[in-house]
Every structure is written in structure tokens, then in C-alpha cells.
Design a protein around this ligand. Structure first.
Ligand SMILES: C[S@@+](CC[C@H](N)C(=O)[O-])C[C@H]1O[C@@H](n2cnc3c(N)ncnc32)[C@H](O)[C@@H]1O
Length: 295
């Protein structure tokens, strides 16, 4: 009789997974293999590397290699683990929401910088009224609520499923009492002069560019979160016009923008309604955030 096969060690599991992911052309295969193993074992990366000879029991190995197979077939790691970090916060993500991108943190940075430190803590001179349009996972709304301690924040989306995730994330980070979740088409549901700060990372990819997207994005992330229209820029004129009505005088608009559209978005703000227009580049040097103050 053959002896039962020994369970794999953590090192062997990681090495095999990285090989399979590399063969499937998954970007950063070792990182993906590590993140999935951390998820299955509940251990940190440091622990895994400090205990490479530990066995991975058969049930855990089955779960691990099922996830590796799904990653190899194109499912993003974050949808497999259910987590993505944003602004130092661990957020739940599912295929109902866009996976928050690191460059979107610039929207938070620009908004906080333009408001100034007086508004950041408990001693803000007055409670700010803030809205995040197209909140997805809730990343922008929650990050701002955590920084602007006296702010009342609204998080809107046309997707009910996304709002359910945003609600869970707001609760998880202790700001649900100050973050109102509203199913709405952009800012249509809100009254004139309702806000001091409007932020948004709207859908801005053109449908004509769909074929050039990585399969992880095109086949897995929600189309409503990706595509702004045939060109991609279609949401901006509508959102900017609505924001001009909904901001108080002196209020701030901070928008993430897609690659190559900064001049066209800037042109939309070249009107008497707006002043102090500023474009901020991301770490790759790409214009990523446009901010403007309501005149
Ligand atoms: C690019 S994603 C951004 C999600 C999140 N704010 C982030 O930065 O990760 C755009 C979001 O806008 C939502 N959305 C698309 N069209 C919308 C509309 N007309 N009104 C409100 N939300 C919309 C999508 O459902 C999606 O959640």
C-alpha cells in the first residue's frame, strides 16, 4: 500500500502557485500567490516566510489552488480575497464595485489640502457638507469622513449593489452615522447650494477603448464603473454643470480624470462659475485630479 502523500509545505505551495500564475501571464505572480495564501491561511506575509516548512493541510491546499486557478483565469486578486486597502483602510470589495486604485487617493489629498487643516479635526469651525458621486466601495466618502471629523458626507451611486458594499465599509470604519448612502443619478437628487465639497471618480473610460483593457478589468469590474460613454469623457460636462448648482459660493469640486483628458475637462471649467482651477499629477506624472472653486 502506498503511504498517503505528505501535505505540501507553505514554500512548495507558494512556489507551485507562482509557477502556475506566471505561466498564465498574470502580472506580479509571486505577489498574487502570496496574497492568496495569506487569505487562505489567515497569516501575514512575514509569518509565511518565517515558517516555510509548515504544512498546508489538504483542505486549505484545495481552497488555495482553486483561487490560484481563478486568478490564472483572470479574476482580480482583490475579488478573490474580498479586500483592498485605500487610504490605510481595509475595504471590502466584491465584483459589484470598482477595486479602489491607489491614484484615487490623490482626490482625498487634494480635497484635504484645498480645505486646509482647520477643517480636519474635531475643532473644525463648522460641519462641512460633502458628497462623493459614484462612491463604489465608498472609498472616497469613508476616507473623507475619517479625516473631516465634523463633516456630514453623502455617498451616491446608481448601483444599489455598490451602495450595499459602501454601507458595510462605512460601518466597518465607524463612520456610518455621518455617511448617508443615496441611490441617485449623479447629483440630480440634491438641492441647489447643498454642498461645500463635491468629489468624484466618475466612470471615464471610453467604450471605444474597451478592447485595450486588461481582462481583469474588462471581464470582471462593473461596466457602469468603467465606461463614461463612447469617448469616456461624457460624464464630466453633466457632473460639472450639476456641481456648479449644488456647491455653495466658494465650495470645492475635486474630480479624478482619465488619461489624456485634462485639457478638455479644464476647458469645461473655463467659465465664470469657476476659479482657482488646479490640475494635480499622479505619481506616474499623469494629470489625475482637477480641482476648482465655485465662484
Ligand atoms: C470609477 S467608479 C468609482 C468608484 C469609487 N468612487 C472609486 O474611486 O473606487 C464609478 C462609480 O460611479 C457609479 N456611477 C456610474 N454612473 C453613475 C451615475 N450616473 N450616477 C451615480 N453613480 C454612477 C458606478 O456605479 C461606480 O460605482
Amino acid at each position: 500500500m502506498l503511504a498517503p502523500k505528505d501535505p505540501m509545505t507553505l514554500r512548495e505551495a507558494l512556489q507551485q502557485a507562482a509557477r502556475e500564475l506566471r505561466a498564465a501571464n498574470v502580472p506580479s505572480p509571486v505577489l498574487a500567490a502570496e496574497l492568496l495564501l495569506m487569505h487562505v491561511t489567515g497569516k501575514s506575509r512575514a509569518w509565511l516566510y518565517a515558517h516555510p516548512e509548515e504544512p498546508l493541510d489538504t483542505a486549505a491546499a484545495d481552497r488555495y489552488f482553486e483561487l490560484v486557478e481563478r486568478r490564472a483565469a483572470g479574476a482580480p486578486t482583490q475579488y478573490l480575497t474580498g479586500h483592498q486597502e485605500f487610504w490605510g483602510l481595509d475595504l471590502e470589495v466584491t465584483p459589484a464595485v470598482l477595486i479602489p486604485r491607489p491614484e484615487t487617493e490623490h482626490v482625498v489629498e487634494v480635497a484635504l489640502a484645498r480645505l486646509g487643516p482647520a477643517f480636519h479635526g474635531e475643532s473644525a469651525p463648522r460641519p462641512l457638507r460633502v458628497v462623493d458621486v459614484g462612491t463604489g466601495s465608498g472609498c472616497l466618502a469613508i476616507a473623507l469622513a475619517r479625516e473631516l471629523l465634523r463633516a456630514r458626507v453623502f455617498a451616491t451611486d446608481i448601483s444599489e449593489r455598490a451602495l450595499a458594499i459602501a454601507r458595510r465599509n462605512a460601518a466597518r470604519h465607524g463612520v456610518l452615522d455621518r455617511v448617508g448612502l443615496v441611490e441617485a443619478n449623479l447629483l440630480a437628487a440634491f438641492a441647489p447650494r447643498a454642498f461645500d465639497l463635491i468629489v468624484s471618480n466618475p466612470p471615464y473610460i471610453g467604450r471605444k477603448e474597451a478592447a485595450s483593457l486588461p481582462r481583469e478589468v474588462l471581464e470582471h469590474e462593473p461596466p457602469a464603473a468603467l465606461f463614461g460613454g463612447e469617448e469616456g469623457i461624457e460624464v464630466y460636462p453633466v457632473l460639472i454643470a450639476q456641481a456648479a448648482e449644488r456647491l455653495v459660493s466658494g465650495g470645492l469640486l475635486v474630480l479624478e480624470i482619465g488619461y489624456g483628458v485634462s485639457e478638455r475637462v479644464e476647458a469645461l471649467l473655463d467659465a465664470p462659475d469657476w476659479r482657482e482651477i488646479e490640475i494635480t499629477n499622479d505619481l506616474a506624472g499623469i494629470p489625475r485630479v482637477v480641482a476648482a472653486r465655485r465662484a
